[in-house]
Structure formats: structure tokens, C-alpha cells
Design a protein around this ligand. Structure first.
Ligand code: NHW
Ligand code: EN5
Length: 388
């Protein structure tokens, strides 16, 4: 019983499943920009809309503070995502961003930022169809304003603003189950710092396991094993874009990235995104790996305030086996101070995670499309899109 989502152009649970991608297509009746209301959706008294200009450090800090205190927690409320300000600037300002898609809600009397939702443009391919979409992320409502149906207002408002730009589809991910996932992926975790993960309650020691034995079990070499691994540089952008495009063509859901976007998303930024290429004989880029840094606040612990997690981003194993390349990613995440390496069972990951000593997490990640039906639900290994 989804009072809001049952009114939206999304696949609904009761609908009959199809087996053919020829049943893919839009759900809403086609519209034009002229059909879209010019006036913003109305907010309750004493609240107003305000676009967040994250090039302004003060406003960036406001978004950071809101998310740091009120964004996503795990099911036992032990950890909460703590995206850093530099991370948010990276995540929210790719090529083609629009100021009205960083959509805030403020209390009029105090000016306090109490809710947020963002959209970034992304050309996205689903099966054979390439569409201009937005990726919706960072939907957040202050804890004291929850369960007042503010989230549907934010969603309808960003939809209107995206529609005004002539875009009719969106992709988003969430841990919660909504109508109706295009794909359901599973989180896996690879311990890098067992002592700390146990101390904060992120993981428990198995029976007969001691911290000393865990330290030995999860120990990693100091340097990557693949010859020719080095940080990605600006000169690598065309080669990486070509390598990645060839790879992403294999998945049913994937972004279509320009060179400018590859530069934005993959050039290394300290403690935000880490990208490495493998340079073969003669200087060709044969493989690449990347991960991003997303700390979580540890909610009730006297010893530690934050957990530094690495999340697998885009990786292409073309000449090196995926397990070896991902093990190099583990090594590099460990040497850059991450406590745990997280990955989803998307791409070909499902085949190698167990061997690399990943354990299954208690969280799932659902992929959703707005106003686009996928006839045949995707299995995780058909997903080639990573959202932050
Ligand atoms: S998923 C992370 C979302 N954020 C959090 O979990 C942070 C902590 N929680 C909160 O801030 C990544 C609040 O609990 C939120 C809900 C704001 C989540 N997605 O205001 P009400 C994203 O950012 C539905 C979508 O009373 P609230 C992706 C819920 O099912 N819908 O609840 C965002 C119910 O609808 P129903 C969600 O707890 C994608 C309604 O909200 C949801 O005070 C957005 C209740 O609203 C979620 N994660 O606030 C969609 N969580 O039908 C984009 C709950 O059941 C769509 N709900 O009655 C595309 C738009 C663009 C289209 C362009 C063509
Ligand atoms: C939108 N772009 O639940 C993002 N995380 O498993 C929104 N569990 O960290 C997406 N509960 O399993 C939000 N430790 C969806 C994710 C929300 C956050 C979340 C899960 C993912 C998570 C950890 C901690 C659980 C704490 C108690 C977990 C077990 C690890 C263990 C390591 C050793 C081998 C066995 C597994």
C-alpha cells in the first residue's frame, strides 16, 4: 500500500512480468515542456524552496551538516553515511548540472536547511535504448520533520524541474523496497581493519576467531601485484573512456559517458575518488580500477567517531583476471587508510567476491527507473551502473 508511489509512473508490484526487452518503454503519456506547470509545488507554511549553490562554502557546509546528521543509516542505526564536503562537491557538480536541481527546503523564519534532493544529468542506456536521464540522490528530510509527507513534495518538485528541461526519465537507488525495482543488488564487505570493525560493531568475530587470527586472515601486501598499476592521470582520459565504454556495453543498464564526464568521475581526488590504470608494454591502458571514499559516522561508540569505507566504483579487467585486479583495489584501499571495502554483486563481481574474503552484508541496494518500464527484471550481473 504505497499512497504516493501508486500514483507515479513507475512499475507497480501487481503488474505482470514480461520476458522480452521489446516491452521496455515509457509509462506516462508523452508530454512536452509546455504541459509542465511553471509554478513550484507548494510547501507547508513557514517553509520555502531554495536552490543550494555548493560552490558557496557556506551552503556546501549546510548540505553537508544536514546529510551528516539526517541521511541514511543501517537497519540497526549504528552507522550513518557521512559524505564529506569535497565528496558532495564532486557528486553534485558533474558536467551539465543545473542549479535548480540541487533543491533545498528552508524554514522561512530561521533560514535553516531542513530538506534536500538532488538530480544530475546522465545519459543512460537500458537494453538498446539510450535516454537522457537524471540520477536522483541525497533525498533527505530532517528527523524532526519525518512522516509528514514532505518526501513526496520534494520528489514531485524535482520531477517538475527535470521535466522543464525536457527530461522524462530518472534512475535512483535506495535500500528500501518501493514499487518496483528494476534490479536488486546485495552489499558485500571485505574487512581491511578487523580490530576497528569489531570494536565499532560493524562485524562480529566468528566462533573461535580471535582478533589476532582475523588480523592474519585479512592481511594484505603493501603494494599491488599487477605490474604497471599507477594512478590515473588527465592524459589517460581518452583511453579510459574508450576502455570503459567497451566494457559498459555488456550490461543492460549502464551510463553513457563523454570524455568530460570520465574526467570528472574518474580523475583522482584525495579521499574522494581513487582511480588507477594498468599501463601495458608500449603505454597502452589495458585495465583500470576505481573506488570512492565514503565515511560513516559511528553512532554510539566511545572509542571511534567514524568508519572509513571504500566503495567499488568502475573497474575494467580486460587483460588481468578480475579477482587479481580487485585484490589490487583492496591493497590500495588498505594503504590509503580505509577500514573496509564495500562492493555490490553487480558487474561480474558476484563470481569473485567470496574468494577475495568478502562477506555478505545485511543491506540490499535496489535500482529504480522513473517513467521507464523494463520488461524483464535485471539480475545484478546485468547492472553496469554505480550510484554514489
Ligand atoms: S535513497 C536514500 C533516501 N534518504 C534517506 O533514507 C535518508 C534518511 N531518511 C529520510 O531523510 C537515495 C526520510 O526518511 C525520507 C522520507 C526523505 C527518505 N525514495 O515524507 P514522508 C535517494 O536519495 C516514500 C523514494 O512521510 P519521510 C533516492 C515512502 O514510501 N521514496 O516520509 C531518492 C512514502 O511513499 P508511499 C521514499 O520518512 C529517490 C513517502 O516517501 C523513500 O519523512 C526519490 C513517505 O513520505 C526513498 N528513499 O521521508 C525518487 N523513502 O508511496 C526519485 C520513503 O509509501 C524519483 N519514501 O506512501 C524520480 C524523480 C525525477 C523524475 C525525472 C523524470
Ligand atoms: C543511494 N545512492 O544498510 C544510497 N549498509 O550491507 C542509499 N552493513 O553496512 C543506499 N546493521 O553487514 C542505502 N556488516 C543502502 C545501504 C544502507 C546502509 C546499510 C549495510 C550494507 C552495512 C554492515 C554493518 C551492519 C551493522 C548492523 C554489515 C557485516 C560485515 C561482515 C564483515 C566480515 C564478513 C561478514 C560480513
Amino acid at each position: 500500500n504505497y499512497a504516493f508511489w501508486s500514483t507515479q509512473p513507475v512499475s507497480q508490484f501487481g503488474e505482470e512480468a514480461s520476458t522480452s526487452s521489446s516491452d521496455n518503454g515509457p509509462i506516462d503519456t508523452p508530454k512536452t515542456v509546455a504541459d509542465i506547470r511553471q509554478a513550484p509545488n507548494s510547501l507547508p507554511d513557514n517553509f520555502h524552496w531554495d536552490n543550494c549553490d555548493i560552490d558557496d562554502d557556506k551552503q556546501l557546509t549546510e548540505v553537508y551538516d544536514l546529510l551528516c546528521q539526517h541521511y541514511v543509516e543501517d537497519d540497526e542505526n549504528m552507522f550513518r553515511f557521512a559524505y564529506s564536503p569535497e565528496f558532495l562537491r564532486w557528486a553534485l557538480k558533474p558536467p551539465g548540472t543545473r542549479s535548480e536541481w540541487l533543491c533545498g527546503v528552508r524554514v522561512t523564519s530561521s533560514g535553516k536547511l531542513v530538506a534536500f534532493i538532488s538530480g544530475i544529468p546522465m545519459q543512460t542506456r537500458v537494453d538498446a535504448q539510450e535516454l537522457p536521464m537524471v540520477e536522483i540522490n541525497f533525498l533527505c528530510v530532517h528527523k524532526k520533520l519525518r512522516h509528514k509527507r514532505l518526501a513526496p513534495v520534494l520528489i514531485k518538485e524535482i520531477t517538475r524541474r527535470v521535466n522543464l528541461a525536457g527530461i522524462w526519465q530518472a534512475v535512483y537507488t535506495a535500500g528500501v523496497l518501493l514499487p518496483r525495482p528494476a534490479a536488486e543488488a546485495q552489499y558485500w564487505h571485505r574487512t581491511l581493519n578487523p580490530r576497528k570493525l569489531v570494536a565499532v560493531g560493524f562485524s562480529r568475530l566468528a566462533p573461535r576467531m580471535t582478533v589476532a587470527r582475523a588480523v592474519k586472515l585479512y592481511r594484505l601486501p603493501a603494494a599491488p601485484a599487477s605490474p604497471g598499476v599507477r594512478p590515473m592521470a588527465r592524459a589517460d582520459v581518452p583511453a579510459v573512456a574508450a576502455l570503459l565504454a567497451r566494457h559498459l556495453a555488456r550490461y543492460r543498464l549502464a551510463p553513457v559517458l563523454s570524455e568530460a564526464e570520465v574526467a570528472h568521475w574518474l580523475l583522482p581526488l584525495p579521499d574522494v575518488v581513487h582511480s588507477y590504470v594498468v599501463e601495458g608494454e608500449g603505454g597502452a591502458i589495458t585495465d583500470m580500477l576505481s573506488f570512492y571514499t565514503l565515511p560513516s559516522s559511528v553512532i554510539n561508540n566511545t572509542e571511534y567517531n567514524t568508519l572509513k569505507a571504500a566503495y567499488m566504483f568502475y573497474t575494467v579487467a580486460a587483460t588481468i583476471p578480475l579477482s587479481k585486479l580487485l585484490n589490487d583495489a583492496l591493497i590500495l584501499a588498505h594503504t590509503t587508510g580505509h577500514d573496509v571495502f564495500n562492493a555490490l554483486d553487480i558487474f561480474e563481481n558476484g563470481e569473485v567476491l567470496r574468494d577475495l574474503k568478502f562477506g555478505i552484508g545485511d543491506g540490499k541496494l535496489r535500482y529504480y527507473l522513473y517513467n521507464w518500464r523494463v520488461g524483464k527484471t535485471l539480475v545484478p550481473s546485468e547492472v553496469g551502473l554505480v550510484m554514489l
